[in-house]
Each structure stands twice: as structure tokens, then as C-alpha cells.
Ligand binder design. Sequence first.
Ligand code: SOE
Length: 398
Amino acid sequence: MTDPQPLRVGMVGYAFMGAAHSHAWRTAPRFFDLPMVPELTAVAGRNEEGVRAAAGKYGWASTETDWRRLIERDDIDLIDICTPGNTHAEIAIAALEAGKHVLCEKPLANSVEEAEKMTLVARAAAERGILSMCGFSYRRTPALALAKRMVDDGRLGRIRHVRAQYLQDWLSDADAPLTWRLDKSKSGSGSLGDIGAHSIDAAQWITGLNITGVSALLETFVKERPVGGDFVGLGGHGGADGPRGPVTVDDAALFTARFEAKHDAGADAGPIGIFEATRFALGRKNAMRLELNGTKGSLAFDFEDMNSLQFYDSALEPDAGFRKIMVTEPSHPYTGNWWPTGHGLGYEHGFTHQVVDLVNAIGTGEQPSPSFADALQVQKVLAAVESSADNSSRWQKV
Ligand code: SOE
């Protein structure tokens, strides 16, 4: 057998997501048999000192201070975009047009218009064998992948309710600094796009049904925060006495939603949903939760207990209650390549599985999921939420 070909990766950005992606590129071929072996060829970032330090720390072979140089290089096959949302469209379109595969962090873009352009370019590129994927990494958390499998297998019957929350608390401190995640011109929106987008994607993906309309509320609790400093990751504490700048995004987002009905549903309505995303839920650190109630059973997931899934099966005696499935069996999605039964996985594994699925798709030439078109649908929901909130929560079609 010949050795697998390399897949030479160029990554743009090296903060929180850049670290998670670097780890995934390095780890995936060590635990999974892949048709191509990812190589950490180059990382790009504007700050020369910063990008060099990141390359050394995460294992990238070379650096660039302009992402355009990465795209010009002949020794790069795939561009991995880990920058704020305002740069996604330009980088992704240039990369796809230059014949590079693309992995782009979520949300796909900062507006529906940008996401539409990206989707058109991605479709044309796919016809030339150039593939793209959006980084909704929670799809690759084994318990959520198992939830998807159980719903597809009909274990819940027809879904009636979708209850999705994404709760964090790193902005509760009114002196937490004004990072790019709080600047609409860079991030597009606040808790809505940063974490609510994951809930929207997970809900639509697991049910297999798109959201068709929403009624929403957005709130910004802390209107000004300390400026300055170069913050990597989330949170921190900016000086309480220094200058402050305006927070231009939502701190919390709430919305109700309707989903489309299944094609064979007859007169039966689609599910109704309730969504909440906030970075002010003190004590909730990364509670990405999803609960589904169907005609035959229910499923509940909480990322703070990410190696398990709660399942209620109405075919069992009614007092059997919810049962906890430890999602660590070799038969569960992704888990067989890791540790013996019961030895759980972490946040970083979702990113590693994302690389595994992307490289396998590139190997077979099949469209990886979520495609840019799937991410565009999420973008349309984000836009509908903002528009409803701007219009006193008026019902807004997606
Ligand atoms: C990345 O996928 C991401 O959405 C981050 O941007 C959030 O801040 C994080 O908390 C969840 O993951």
C-alpha cells in the first residue's frame, strides 16, 4: 500500500479557535486512519511576533503576516479560517477561487448577503472538486451525534418540542474587556451569533427540519466596557478606571421558533422551539443544552456533562423515567477510536472529529457537512432573529 498523500493546511488566525484547530489537525491522523495526512504547513496572522510564537507553540512549520500570501502559496491545499466573522467572506472566496479547500469557523459570515455569495462560490468550486465546510463543531460531540442517529432511527417519533439553551457567564463581570466579540463590525452579533448559532445549527441538523419563523428579544445589559489590551480567548478583567467603549452587540438572545413539518406529516404541524443564548448566566460555564420531545420519547443533552445523553422511552413502563446513556461505547459515534469504555472525551475532540470528517470527505470527493449552504440557512435564522427583535418581537419569517 502506498502512503497517504499529505493535505497541506494553511490556517488564518491563532487565538481560541486557532488553538483548537491546530490541536485537531495534529491529533486527527494519530487516532483515525485518514485518506490524507494533514500537515501544519503555515499559519497567518498580522502580528509577526504573535504569529511566530503561535507557530512555535502549536507546531506550524512556517508563518505569514498576510493571509493573501497563504492563498498564493503552491504548497497549501486547504485554508482554515479562524478569524472574526467580518473577514470570513473575503478569505473564503479568495481561497476557493484559488483552488484551495476551505474550513471556515462559524457563523459563516456577518450577513446573509455575504453568506449567499460564499455559498455560490462554494457551489461552483465543488464542481471543480474544491470542497468547503463550516465549523459547527458541536455536531461532532459524540452525544449529539448519537442524538442525531437516534432521531433518524425514529426513536423519538415525530418531534413536537425543541428546547435549546446555550448558557455561559464570562461577561457577567461589567469590567470584562471590550473584545472583538463585543464589536458588531467584527463579530456580526453577540451571544446570538457566537453561541446561539451553535444551538440553531444543532437543532436543525438533529431534527432534519429548518426553522421557518421566529419571534425574538435581544438585550445588552452592559453598554460600555473597558477598552484596550489584546485578549486571547474569552473573558478576563479590563481596568475598571480606564476608558470605556460601546458594546455594539447583544449580551443575551431569546426567541421562539417554528420548524417546517416533515414532508410525510400530512396536516401535522412541525415542531415548535424555544431558544436562549446568554453570556450572563452566572455559574453556567458552557451549558450548551438541547432537549427534544417527540411522540415516542425525549432526549436531553448538556455540554457540561458532555459524555452522556438522557433518553426517555415511552415504550418502557412510565415510571422508568429518563435513563442516562454514557456515550463512551465503541458503537457510539467517534468514540471507538479513543479510550476504553467509560473514559470520556472533551471539548477538543469535537474539533478533531471535524477534521476527520472533512479529510474523509476530501478523500472521497463528497460534500462535507455542514456545507456553506447549511450555514447560510443558520445565517438566515440569525438575521430573522435580529429583525424580529428590532420590530418589537414581531413574527419574522426566515
Ligand atoms: C467556537 O465554535 C465557539 O462558538 C466560540 O466562538 C464560543 O465563544 C465558544 O464558547 C463556543 O465555541
